[in-house]
Design a protein around this ligand. Sequence first.
Ligand code: FE
Length: 141
Amino acid sequence: MEEAVYKVIEIVGSSKTSVEDAVQNAINKTGKTVRNIRWFEVAGTRGYIEDGRIAYWQVHVKIGFHVDQQMQEENRKETGSENKSNLDEPVKYRCLVCGYVYDPSKGDPTAGIKEGTSFEDLPDDWRCPECGVGKDQFERM
Ligand code: FE
């Protein structure tokens, strides 16, 4: 099972009409530079008053976005549109201890792992062919 990892940024949105509008403004602004926004949390609300009336709302918003997808978007930008299909290819994993790279397109012949086997599908007792550590010592590339 893949566990989602989110990065959180904080931003203050403002609106003359409503709190909801202030949140939406904050999300719109953030969406111009950050992709894969998944949720928001209102951390604080305040308003400014002019002549006895609400002049505008300011909402302090925490915005969460999915880190892995963000990285994929950045990879897509770096590799260019002609390589878009690379996103569909299985992901490589690197051993944190020795640097060995598990490449799903090659598998691991030393352990009888067929080519095309994704890292996730490796048996739980699979070990790094170079240094012998377990799957938990690997990072996604
Ligand atoms: Fe290793």
